[in-house]
Design a protein. Structure first.
Length: 298
């Protein structure tokens, strides 16, 4: 089969649950070999999108292709080629981890035990325990192993690190990087902005069922307002009118300003009012995210 030039191609993808909007008019391409971060606040439509990508629910309108396969017509074939970690992981409780993974592996046409054993070791997961006796984070690890163990060409991960401790999260990030270096594509939703910033090449931010922006992490960071804290001897002057200032928070004698563009005018105004100290913070993805999410209309 020819390698499609898009790992994922969504066109006007829309899902309504009755009158409740899940996601609306989502058009998005993901390139092979890319890590794409899908961000948005609770209820924005991330899981809805992911379920449509897997063909688990069908769009109200629009269409999508995954690895060249139609998400409605070819959903069975498509699921065989994708590693999927659902956000609401439900597992067969009575089984031991290793039996469950062997079972899932057999459904995928056979996965050698060494594949899931090695992954379990990396994730510090004990495969001899019954699923129902595992903590939430350890169950999540079973899901991670199940998603990666057959070396799929595309991984679709819905909040993969939820419940994982920081050490395991780091290991998970290394795993994603290695998987992508080996040629796979990763589409992941997350609330952990620092992690997306670390892993993703590009990011899409969904707000209230609509895609607000798609860009590289670097560009989003550059465009985000940077934060400048100004300490005054007493109540700060009104800084809201200074060029480039997007927002000002005042607490006691400190004014925190969010600024885009050059800082000259703001700093001059601050100096004229006797500013005693200045702290600047480089913007990160969180600043970009908050910039899109605040001002949301619902
Ligand atoms: N089965 C369903 N029936 C009715 N409404 C639903 C259903 N599933 C999701 N929704 C609604 O669709 C919208 C999008 O939900 P979705 O689960 O896709 O959001 P999300 O971005 O994954 O949120 P979270 O970050 O909380 O996981 C929400 O308003 C939600 O209430
Ligand atoms: Mg969700």
């Amino acid at each position: 089969m020819d390698e499609p030039n898009k790992a994922l191609r969504l066109q006007g993808l829309t899902k309504f649950y009755g009158s409740q909007r899940g996601i609306e008019d989502l058009t998005l391409d993901v390139r092979p070999g890319e890590v794409f971060g899908f961000l948005g606040p609770n209820g924005a439509g991330k899981t809805t999108t992911i379920r449509m990508i897997l063909g688990l629910i069908h769009p109200t309108r629009g269409r999508g292709e995954v690895l060249g396969l139609d998400i409605v017509k070819d959903s069975v074939r498509l699921r065989a080629q994708v590693g999927y970690l659902p956000g609401d992981l439900a597992l067969y409780d009575r089984m031991q981890g290793k039996d469950l993974l062997e079972f899932v592996g057999r459904m995928r046409g056979g996965v050698p035990a060494t594949a899931y054993e090695q992954l379990a070791e990396r994730m510090q997961l004990d495969l001899d325990r019954r699923i129902k006796d595992l903590s939430r984070g350890n169950r999540q690890k079973v899901g991670v192993v199940a998603a990666f163990m057959h070396s799929p060409r595309l991984l679709v991960l819905d909040e993969p690190t939820s419940g994982l401790d920081p050490v395991v999260q780091q290991e998970f990030q290394r795993l994603v990087r290695e998987t992508v270096d080996a040629g796979a594509t990763v589409f992941l939703s997350s609330h952990v902005l620092a992690e997306v910033e670390e892993m993703a090449d590009r990011v899409g931010i969904v707000v209230s069922g609509r895609l607000a922006v798609v860009d590289t992490v670097d560009t989003l960071r550059e465009r985000a307002a940077r934060k400048i804290e100004l300490d005054f001897p007493a109540a700060p002057p009104d800084l809201t009118g200074a060029p480039g200032v997007q927002r000002v928070d005042v607490r006691g004698a400190t004014a925190t300003c969010w600024l885009t563009g050059p800082a000259g005018s703001l700093l001059k105004l601050a100096v004229d009012h006797g500013v005693v100290d200045i702290h600047t913070h480089e913007p990160d993805l969180e600043d970009a995210f908050l910039g899109y999410v605040t001002g949301e209309d619902s």
